[in-house]
Design a protein around this ligand. Sequence first.
Ligand SMILES: [Zn+2]
Length: 232
Amino acid sequence: MQVSFSLYSKYNAPNIIPFKQSLLEDYKKQTPKQDPLEGDKLVISTPKEGLVKQNSFLHPNLKLKYKSNGERGVFATGEVKKGEIVCIFVGDIFTADELKKLPEDLQRKTLQLAPDIYQLASKNPNDTKAFDAAEYFNHSCEPNLFLTGNNILIAGRDIKPSEELTFDYGTSDTLGNPDIGWKCDCGATNCRGENTPDAYRGIIAKLSEKYGQERALDLVANYIKQMYLDEQ
Ligand SMILES: [Zn+2]
C-alpha cells in the first residue's frame, strides 16, 4: 500500500498522554478477550444488523446500545473516572485516495491520523455489518471525552453509568471525512451547528480558555496540534 504522507512526520509524532497512563496496564488485564458475542459486557451483539467485532481497546465499563433515534452509541455501564483511558483505536491505515474508494458508511467510521491518513478499525472493510464497537462513539460539541495523541480517547470528566460517551469529531477530522461539513444536531446547548474542516481553531481557542493553550493542544489529535502551531 502506498502511503503518500509519512507516518513518522511531525504531524503524526508520538504524544504524551496527559492523564493517568498507568491505568492502561490495568485495563489490559481487565478487558475480556473472548468474542463479544459470548457474553462479553463490552459489546452487545445486534443480530438485526450483524456482528460487531472488537479490535480496538475499550474501557471495561462500556457497552454499545441503540438510542431512541435508532442509531447506536457507546454508553457507560459503570463509572468512568476523569482522565481514564476510554478507548485506543486500532485498525488499518488508508490514504485519503484509498478512503474515497470505501463505502461511505465505512468512510464515516474512520479516524483521521494525519492530513491524508485515516484509520479504520473494522477488520473487513468490505463487510459493512462488522464494524468495530469503538467506531460508535458519537460526536458532541460538548463531549465528555477528549482525543489525545493520535488515537486515544480519555474521559474529560467523571462519567456516570448510563451516560453516552462522546467526543468532538472536530478534534480529529479536518478533511475527507463525509461527516465534516454536516449540520450538527448533537443537542448540546453550545452546539456549533455545523462541523467544518477548520472547526479545530475554535475548539482549541475554547479549550485554551478553560485549560490553558499548552494543555488544550493535548486534547486534540496530534496532527491538528501541529497544524495549529504551524499557523501561529
Ligand atoms: Zn453539535
